[in-house]
Design a binder for this molecule. Sequence first.
Ligand SMILES: [Zn+2]
Ligand SMILES: [Zn+2]
Length: 319
Amino acid sequence: MVKYYFSSSGFVNGGIWDLMLSEFAQIWFNLEPGLKAILLTDNLRFHQDVVPIEKARKLGVELFFLPPNTSHFTQPLDDLVFAVLRSQLESFAIKLSNAYSKATIKATSHEIITAAVVLARVPAFAKDRIVKSFARTCIWPFDAEGLLEAAIKNIGGMVDDSEDSGSAESQKYPLRDLAQKVILDVMEEEGQLIRQVDSSSQRVTVAVKYNQAFSGDAILRLHEQENLNKQQKEEEKRGKELAKEAKAEQNAERKRIRIETRTIESCRVNGCNARWKGSKWLWCSTCSNFGVCTKHWREGPSGSGQLLMTDHEANCGSS
Ligand SMILES: [Zn+2]
Ligand SMILES: [Zn+2]
């Protein structure tokens, strides 16, 4: 079964990916219910979107991600399959366009390209090409040494292949191998010992983080952890807000009680029976209900009101 997806920009986008993956997973599930399919993808941002991954998993399709920045030599699709597709597409498009230029029926370039894709797909996606592409990229049968070799060559390093020169392995990058041989020969003639390619422009380190999310499962676990962290933060924030509210309520209550208490208090100066009615009195800063009336407070620091307060405050709270 072949499905074509089109976008106005010509590039795949998150919506199309979601649709493609869902439909593929559904087809897979209908064909092989209960059997897992492993889908290898590169690290395009929306390949790691959580919702499509979750939907696909439910139907038995597990995503795994190739190491970042390696898909040009690890992705089977980019190997023979796409190479053949591109060359065939071009040749069919030219043939069709020539044929249409002589025909009475006119076709738009969109129609020509679509027709060319349908024709080019057949040789490009031929089973033996797909199988070969997997083998050449060392993905299946899995070939760890071959992958490492490709990675080293990719960053401009050299691989000692003197023993198996001419083998199928070294046929993978014939031009690059040839160039390396020429360099090695020249260096050898000059009697130089070569341990490694050491020019700064060629020394590149490809780092793969230990916590690199390499599978759909890991993405989902990361997502779950993120959600938990977010939830926890929100709960903490809410807790703080509640504590703040409780504190404010407590303060309001204290103030209310203080004011209530004050209304039943009278001035503490002997013989003064003034009652507080909200006017500006002097109150003890500790117990806040030992008060001196406005009149006695205004007598100043040496007046009976303030002397009494100084005396009270010195002892208030200490007993
Ligand atoms: Zn007091
Ligand atoms: Zn008084």
